[in-house]
Design a protein around this ligand. Structure first.
Ligand code: ZN
Length: 482
């Protein structure tokens, strides 16, 4: 205990030192802002100390994954998640808890099965992609044609593809920022349309993932109105390796690889889901809003622990810890748990429509939606003239292992449209080295979350939330507003 107090005093000392160093290059006006923000920093450091003794974010994601589990938009699980979120906000003492209705299209996975019929008969691990139509009831059987990218599919002879099953086989590399996801995910989203344009009967993709397991990675796919709809699935990376190797093991090029796919997914129609919102109302400036968020829905095969139970736990806990440490915040802290992110940011767009006249009140918005790996960087989308004003906060975050990054972020997925309305955003970049091992698989479960990692997230979010809710720092409007 004594040691901890010593460390706290030491870190305050360092922060003041660093803050005063960081101040030097700024003009006098900015220096005044920095001095004025010192009480806000004291609140941030206070909540930091409390957070480092709290396992609240882990307890919340545990509660969500154990008591609700899978919660695909519009499903019974989703309805239970909405009830869970309302109850949890109330249990945590939020002083305003409410919902916004969101119309969502519900999709049911059903049975899925794939097997190589010849020349090397065996089963492949497959998952239907979200939104896919079904195969005929007895499945479909055809020759497999393999491509290493959407581009090579598009430039191939149509005659070689017509009536066949396209196999899109692009590997995803592992890195801390998860930056290869954006390069590979078009296979999943657009593969069916591109394969159908070439006359294919179905498409299967190498899972968009970095593991070598037999869990396939699902995720949303799209059809185009004027292109024939064909069934779309993902096979696990291990099965993709196996299928790829069959092409080299063929005795001759004339020996086709015949695959049988049976997927019985279905569109289950319109349902109502909800954005669930909890607030601690500002005591001095209730109309100035700190918006922190995550998404409540998940895919259906895992329990949605990393995606995005972790985010739900982090932002709910951060707000609660701020309330405990500082009392009623000066500005309003609003925690938004968005509906239906996975099927196309549906809840987030509804939020913008419902709140279009008050978006200008948001001081900044942020979403946690990248698992529970430790945060290493803060990117901002703040008005450039004041971006460096909270130098004391940036220094304090540095000591949490979080360095200041760029000022060009659009924030997380569900807040990415807000900068277009002038709303400042931040993104807290997390270590995503292993995130895509589990993303959208049955293996996205609570055991993948390290309590010490999610606690670091909780602490960083709580520090920023406390600082912003207790200071006059105002980064509006976002740069490059339309
Ligand atoms: Zn997510």
């Amino acid at each position: 205990m004594r040691q901890k107090i010593g460390v706290a005093i030491l870190s305050i000392g360092l922060v003041i030192l660093l803050a005063s160093c960081a101040k030097t290059p700024y003009n006098a006006q900015n220096a005044i802002v920095n001095t004025a923000s010192t009480p806000a920093l004291a609140h941030a450091l206070n909540v930091k100390e409390n957070s480092q003794k709290s396992g609240l974010s882990y307890q919340i994601v545990k509660s969500l994954t154990v008591e609700v589990g899978p919660r695909i938009a519009g499903s019974q699980g989703d309805k239970r998640a909405v009830a869970w979120a309302e109850a949890k906000f109330n249990e945590l003492g939020f002083d305003k808890v409410y919902k916004q209705a969101v119309r969502v299209r519900n999709w049911e996975r059903g049975f899925a099965d794939a097997k190589v019929v010849s020349p090397f008969p065996q089963v492949l691990a497959i998952s239907a992609l979200g939104g896919s139509i079904a195969t005929p009831e007895k499945g479909l059987e055809a020759k497999v044609v393999m491509f290493d990218s959407l581009d090579s599919l598009a430039s191939a002879e149509k005659a070689t593809i017509e009536g066949n099953i396209v196999f899109l086989n692009t590997r995803m590399e592992r890195d801390r920022a998860g930056s290869f996801y954006g390069q590979v995910v078009p296979n999943r989203v657009n593969g069916a349309v591109e394969a159908a344009k070439q006359g294919a009967q179905a498409v299967i993709i190498r899972s968009v993932g970095t593991d070598n397991s037999r869990f396939a990675h699902t995720g949303i796919m799209r059809y185009a109105d004027d292109i024939e709809k064909i069934p779309a699935g993902a096979i696990s990376t291990a099965d993709a390796d196996n299928l790829e190797a069959m092409f080299s093991a063929q005795k001759s090029a004339q020996q086709d690889i015949i695959l049988n796919i049976n997927m019985q997914a279905k569109d289950a129609g319109w349902q109502t889901s909800y954005n669930v919102i909890g607030e601690f109302t500002g005591s001095e400036k209730p109309d100035e809003v700190i918006l922190i968020s995550a998404h409540l829905d998940s895919w259906d095969e895992g329990t949605g622990a990393l995606d995005d139970g972790a985010g739900v736990g982090i932002v709910m806990a951060a707000a609660k810890l701020v309330k405990e440490a500082v009392g009623q915040p000066k500005r309003t802290i609003r925690v938004v748990l968005y509906a239906a992110e996975e099927i196309g940011l549906v809840g987030a767009y509804q939020y913008v429509r419902t709140n279009k006249n008050t978006l200008g009140n948001i001081i900044f918005a942020a979403e946690s939606d990248f698992g529970a790996g430790q945060i290493y960087q803060l990117d901002t989308g703040f008005a450039a003239a004041v971006r460096n004003d909270p130098a004391d906060l940036y220094s304090a975050l540095n000591m949490m292992g979080v360095k200041l990054g760029n000022n060009t972020t659009k924030g997380g997925p569900d807040v990415s449209m807000l900068p277009n309305y002038g709303v400042p955003v931040i993104a807290l970049k997390q270590d995503g080295t292993y995130y895509f091992d589990y993303h959208h698989t049955p293996n996205d479960t609570l055991d993948k979350i390290k309590p010490e990692d999610i606690q670091q997230n909780q602490t960083v979010w709580a520090m920023i939330t406390a600082y912003m809710a207790m200071s006059d720092f105002d980064p509006r409007p976002a740069p490059n507003t339309k």
